[in-house]
Design a protein around this ligand. Structure first.
Ligand SMILES: Nc1nc2c(ncn2[C@@H]2O[C@H](COP(=O)(O)O[C@H]3[C@@H](O)[C@H](n4cnc5c(=O)[nH]c(N)nc54)O[C@@H]3COP(=O)(O)O)[C@@H](O)[C@H]2O)c(=O)[nH]1
Length: 820
């Protein structure tokens, strides 16, 4: 332990030396000896001793008392006076310096030692006390709680800055005033004045805590909510020194509490009155709190729902599993919130409710999950509307069968399944025969009813897992799955065709219809939906070509035919634009005079690579694709222009015959086209003869009749081509306004040897003449045929015997058969 350091102030050298010796003997360190007051002050500043031993009477102007005062003020170093004087005046002066000892010379060494030790101990105690006071003072200065201390009479002795702010007074202004004068306390509930807790504490010497909501009215009259309490300050012996009042401005806390309460109220009213369902749900799924809307959604009362768990209401389908998964993610803090559409059970058994469910998790301040907040909206109507839209987008509205697009996705799906199971699929492409005829003659309403009835029959003819679709018009698709034997496909198809041929009784009509079916098999005829569909279509075309009302399996040749058809279609489009079409003319000669009285315009295609292409190769494609309409218009215009030049030669030439295909009747405004062509070319109407086949008439008799009547009124001549090949020729001869019939080449071919042909040709000519119709025989190749036809008084003849079809400049009008 270090020796205490002492400064001696003594102007008598011997005494000073003696004192130094004594002090050293006691174990103190004498830092210096001063001989005057001034020297004492400067040495004290220099050495900062623990104690000063100060003589009172010193040489010089400053005595020891003044020097001690200066040292205490500047350095707070304790001083012990050493003096030979003990008169009251000196003692009084010495006392005012707060001296730590007063030794009267001469003093004993043990007296000196004891005085020094007491002084040093006392100073040390004081210093610690001061430090402690400073520490507490600073603390009180910094804390946000208000502290007011009073003496035992309740007079204010201390106030920290926080208290000064609340009461709106400085300590200096209110020191020693009774605490009751400084603050007034009110009970917030009844606004009655409450006794200051300090006074109660001083009376009872107990801690007083105010338990009511208290308002402190400060010096400015401002009311501040506080929570406060007072405690007595007791001396070690238990005597009361005063009391301390501690209070806190709780305005901010109140504000927070109010905000929280309001927010809770808002939440509760929002919760209860919300138009959408809201619920607080426990972590195990049990409903903790529900509002009216959620009860309405599920049909349960609040009490019933509170006994229920969310998982018992939700469907155990994929969305139900997703919901459970998302709730777990919320618990694991992997999601902040989520929204999901879930199908739920209504209280009414069997009734399902579609809901949009949003959920988030509430955690306590420690982060532990408490409960879920769930919002539930009833979206059943929207879902039904969506389902309706999906249905409309995927189904044919007339028959309720799948539409083309949706069938495609079903087919693709079926293909991927069948690929895994290594089985076969059969795709049936079914087209009703002559449906158009029914539609046009009996009206679209009946046509629609027929399509619906056909759909029903198709439904009844396939198994539940087979897929049916309507492609549009009168085309249907059937996908037969799990095929093991191709024979089964044939049987099912035949059964379906037969089923469709049973009459349909619709609105008093017994309608008979047939169907042509093309079949493609997976994987033999294609491995993807597009190829299978294309090939079934090709097979269906063959079924049509083979007389309709039958089915055909796809073969490779069909693809070749399809490719050919496609190539021709493309080529024809090109030909139209690039002027590759030509007309050749085959003369028609008067049987009696042998003069050329007309010519049939026959279409040729001068293909840049293929050379001359005959119509047998492309007319069918032109008809199928509708290209016959623009091509036919071109033929009409070209033939009329040519006929006009021949007419102008003033010879026997009467008219040009132009073939008109069935589709021109159906798809173009044929009458207008012809009328305009005649007007543009200047050809008289009766110099134009239109050759229409019986099939054209049969496809749409009503419409054809109407157009023919218009054309007749215009003055155009009409001829039935290929006469005799159709089955209702005679009927139509009577009904239609034709001027001419053309005996088909197939009857002329076997003349005059074949008795049947002879009989038929004879009958046709007789009948036609009976009806005042002009008769032309085509395909006349031999003299024998010519002689027979001449004998039968056939009016005109056409055939290779006279001329093959020629380019227009080769045809010499006015020459006789003899000159060919
Ligand atoms: N819609 C349209 N059809 C047209 C048009 N041009 C022709 N066609 C039709 O194409 C079919 C084939 O015609 P084509 O190859 O020109 O054959 C015609 C004659 O060349 C052929 N014919 C004439 N005389 C004889 C003969 O003595 N022997 C024999 N083997 N063939 C002969 O007959 C065809 C004319 O037949 P038809 O029309 O029935 O009078 C054909 O069906 C044409 O109609 C067109 O512009 N539009």
């Amino acid at each position: 332990m270090l020796a205490s350091r002492i400064l001696i102030v003594e102007d008598e050298g011997i005494i000073a030396m003696d004192l130094r010796r004594q002090l050293t003997d006691f174990g103190y360190e004498v830092v210096a000896t001063a001989f005057s007051g001034g020297q004492a002050i400067s040495l004290a500043k220099q050495h900062k001793p623990d104690l000063v031993m100060m003589d009172i009477v010193l040489k010089g102007e400053m005595d020891g008392i003044c020097a001690a005062q200066a040292i205490k003020d500047a350095l707070q170093i304790p001083v012990i006076f050493l003096t030979a004087y003990s008169d009251p005046a000196t003692l009084r002066r010495a006392k005012t310096t707060g001296a730590y000892g007063y030794l009267i010379k001469p003093f004993r060494p043990d007296e000196l030692h004891a005085s020094i030790e007491v002084a040093l101990y006392k100073h040390q105690l004081e210093r610690k006390l001061k430090q402690s006071e400073q520490w507490f003072g600073k603390t009180l200065h910094c804390i946000s709680d208000s502290v007011i201390a009073t003496d035992a009479e309740g007079r204010i002795r201390f106030m920290n800055p926080a208290a000064e702010t609340v009461v709106d007074q400085r300590l200096e202004q209110v020191r020693d005033t009774p605490i009751g004068n400084l603050v007034t306390l009110l009970d917030e509930s009844d606004r009655k004045v409450i006794e200051n807790p300090v006074l109660k504490t001083l009376r009872n010497l107990e801690v007083t805590q105010l338990d009511c909501a208290t308002l402190l009215v400060n010096q400015s009259g401002v009311e501040i909510p506080v929570d406060d309490g007072a405690a007595p300050i007791l001396d070690d012996d238990g005597s009361v020194l005063g009391a301390v009042l501690v209070f806190r401005d709780i305005s901010a806390r109140r504000q927070m509490e109010n905000m929280l309460r309001e927010s809770e109220e808002r939440f509760h009213s929002a919760f209860d009155l919300a138009a959408i369902g809201m619920a607080l749900i426990a972590l195990d799924g049990g409903f903790l709190q529900v509002n009216h809307a959620i009860c309405d959604i599920f049909g349960y009362s609040e009490a019933e729902l509170l006994k229920t768990k969310l998982q018992t209401l939700t469907h155990r389908n994929q969305q139900g599993h997703e919901l459970s998964h998302h709730l777990k993610q919320l618990l694991a803090d992997e999601l902040p919130t989520f929204q999901i559409e879930v199908e739920c059970f209504h209280k009414i058994a069997g009734q399902l409710v579609w809901t949009l469910l949003s959920a988030s998790l509430v955690r306590n301040p420690e982060g532990e999950p408490q409960y879920f907040i769930v919002q539930i909206q009833n979206i059943t109507n929207r879902k039904h509307a969506e389902q309706q839209l999906i249905y409309l987008a995927t189904h044919d509205p007339l028959t309720g069968l799948l539409n083309r697009e949706h069938f495609h996705s079903h087919l693709t799906q079926a293909l991927s399944t069948v690929q895994r199971h290594d089985t076969k699929l059969a795709l049936l492409y079914l087209d009703l025969d002559r449906f158009k005829l029914i539609n046009d003659t009996l009206g679209h309403r009946l046509g629609d009813l027929l399509l619906q009835a056909v759909s029903e029959r198709l439904r009844s003819s396939v198994r539940a897992n087979d897929i049916l679709a309507r492609l549009g018009g009168d085309e249907f698709l059937v996908l037969l799955s799990d095929i093991t034997q191709i024979g089964d496909v044939a049987r099912i198809t035949q059964k379906t065709i037969e089923l469709l041929t049973q009459p349909f009784a619709l609105e008093g009509n017994d309608l008979v219809i047939t169907a042509s079916v093309g079949i493609s098999i997976y994987p033999d005829d294609g491995k993807d939906s597009h190829t299978l569909l294309m090939n079934a279509d090709a097979a269906m075309y063959l079924a049509k070509e083979r007389g309709k009302n039958n089915y055909q399996f796809y073969t490779l040749e069909m693809t070749e035919r399809s490719m050919e058809r496609l190539t021709i279609e493309r080529g024809l489009r090109h030909a139209l634009v690039h002027d590759e079409l030509r007309l050749h003319y085959q003369p028609q000669v008067d049987t009696d005079s042998g003069l050329i009285i007309g010519a049939e315009a026959l279409l040729r295609w001068h293909h840049p690579e293929w050379g001359l292409v005959y119509p047998d190769r492309f007319i069918a494609v032109a008809e199928e694709t509708g290209l016959i309409v623009p091509i036919g218009a071109w033929v009409l215009h070209t033939a009329c222009l040519q006929a006009k030049t021949w007419l102008e030669q003033k010879g026997p030439f009467k008219c040009v015959a132009v073939n008109v295909s069935p589709r021109q009747f159906v798809e173009s405004n044929l009458f207008e086209t012809i009328k305009q062509t005649l007007a543009e070319t200047g050809l008289p109407p009766d110099a134009l003869e239109l050759e229409i086949t019986e099939s054209a008439v049969m496809q749409d008799p009503e419409n054809t009749l109407r157009v023919l009547q218009q054309l007749q009124a215009l003055g155009v001549r009409l001829s039935i081509d290929d006469f005799g090949t159709g089955y209702s020729s005679l009927t139509y001869l009577r009904r239609f306004p034709v001027q001419s019939v053309k005996i088909d080449r197939s009857f002329v071919m076997d003349l005059p040897n074949d008795e049947g042909s002879k009989t038929l040709v004879r009958a046709i000519i007789a009948l036609a003449h009976e009806l005042k119709l002009h008769v032309v025989a085509e395909g006349v190749e031999t003299d024998a045929q010519f002689s027979f036809l001449k004998t039968q008084q056939c009016d005109a003849l056409q055939g290779y015997m006279f001329s093959k079809p020629l380019e227009p400049q080769q045809l010499k009008i006015g020459i006789t058969t003899a000159e060919f």
